[in-house]
Design a protein around this ligand. Structure first.
Ligand code: GMT
Length: 385
């Protein structure tokens, strides 16, 4: 049976960050599979191609009225969602990161006649549950939004359990892991190494937004444990200013060892020269950056937190250590630095695992199945909403 293509609205944070990257890739993949995709956000997602067939972008205009101490995003977003749903006859509105996107989607549906309401799919990504879910100013709103969504998905089993525990939401949550589609780098590996002043060093790779949960202090302390004679550099792609950590880098005598690049958009340029991924987060629902590194044949050394054990098979595709355990993390790094053969073997296993479990071919059909199932459901809420 041939299934008709769907009209799908996607709302996400457009800036550098795992949930936005995932949502953008999903939209691109859906459009390539024949669906019509409408992104609704305050900015064009940074990885969204300008002229791709069946991809549209609808900006949300936010006015900064003097009478508001804080500009409001939720209401203009909900109005835009309602307009796009009505004009483009959306079947599905898929919101990534619950706050405030899921609430705005519910509000949009309440503004629409019943026949024009898209089904609402909410994907929780991490801190919407683990951080904001612990804030009494947000928790009841998140609980309400999840309860009223047609389908809720989470990016790991761990996040599903946390959403139940922290938010107290006990409805169904489908686990759909992250996926990643690398883009071909535009420069050669040799050109990138040259631009970074690298010679034969092994490259330890880290990319994140440097928020406290990423434990950049632990990351720097870990590499500081490596013996001097080992030939390595840490390449740190920072989605936020590195300046607050510059003193630590100096104190630990790492100035020559740590290369920082801020606000990098073309992450693949650097991933292609990475040898070992290093991730030291206190919590992580999945860790898309770790998967990105795995796709480039890079074994990960990481903390055993959150959903990370669902991504790495410890001892096969990477090595895990307890949260904050600088000694253990440093030991793992040293092991991979000193054993290139083992490193390459684990890297190959990491790449194979990424392909087998976290590729677009595996993950995107799972979202399509969720959409088709949601369309079979009676409209959530009903006309009284
Ligand atoms: O890691 C961040 O702080 C960014 C955050 C986001 O919302 O963009 O990432 C979250 O979503 C990613 C995509 O699902 C996950 O891979 C990250 O693990 C998750 N971050 C946390 O749980 C801290």
């Amino acid at each position: 049976m041939t299934l008709l293509p769907l009209k799908i609205g996607i709302t996400c944070y457009p800036s550098v960050g795992g949930s936005g990257v995932l949502a953008t890739s999903l939209g691109e993949e859906l459009a390539q599979r024949g669906h019509e995709v409408h992104f609704i956000s305050y900015e064009r997602p940074f990885r969204l191609p300008e002229h791709a067939p069946r991809i549209h972008f609808h900006p949300v205009v936010i006015n900064d009225y003097e009478l508001f101490k804080y500009p409001d995003y939720t209401l203009p977003l909900s109005v835009r969602m309602a307009e796009v749903s009505q004009q483009c006859r959306l079947d599905i509105l898929h919101v990534h990161y619950a706050v405030p996107h899921a609430t705005a989607a519910l509000l949009a549906n309440a503004m629409l006649p019943a026949a024009r309401r898209p089904r609402i799919i909410t994907t929780v990504h991490g801190t919407d549950t683990t951080l904001l879910g612990n804030d009494p100013g947000y928790r009841p709103a998140i609980h309400h939004a999840l309860t009223r969504s047609d389908v809720v998905t989470a990016v790991s089993h761990h996040l599903r359990e946390e959403t139940r525990r922290v938010i107290g939401y006990h409805g169904p949550i489908e686990v759909i892991h992250n996926f990643y589609v690398p883009r071909p780098p535009t420069r050669s590996a040799a050109a990138v190494r040259h631009s970074l002043g690298l010679h034969g060093e092994t490259v330890i790779f880290h990319a994140s937004n440097l928020r406290p949960v990423k434990r950049i202090d632990v990351l720097l302390e870990t590499v500081a444990r490596l013996r001097d004679r080992e030939d390595w550099k840490l390449l740190l792609l920072a989605g936020a200013p590195f300046e607050p950590f510059a003193r630590d880098r100096q104190r630990l005598q790492l100035t020559d060892r740590v290369i920082v690049r801020e606000k990098v958009l073309d992450v693949e340029e650097y991933l292609q020269i990475a040898d070992i991924g290093l991730f030291t987060s206190d919590t992580e629902s999945f860790c898309l950056s770790l998967l990105e590194a795995m796709c480039f044949g890079c074994p990960g050394v990481s903390t055993r937190v959150g959903g990370i054990p669902e991504v790495i098979e410890a001892g096969v595709s990477g090595l895990l250590a307890p949260s904050g355990d600088v000694e253990a993390l440093g030991g793992h790094l040293r092991r991979l630095l000193c054993n290139p053969a083992e490193r390459r073997q684990m890297g190959a296993a990491a790449r194979a695992r990424a392909r087998a479990h976290f590729s677009a071919e595996i993950i995107v059909p799972r979202y399509e199945a969720v959409y088709r199932r949601a369309l079979e459901l009676p409209l959530a809420g009903g006309p009284h909403d």
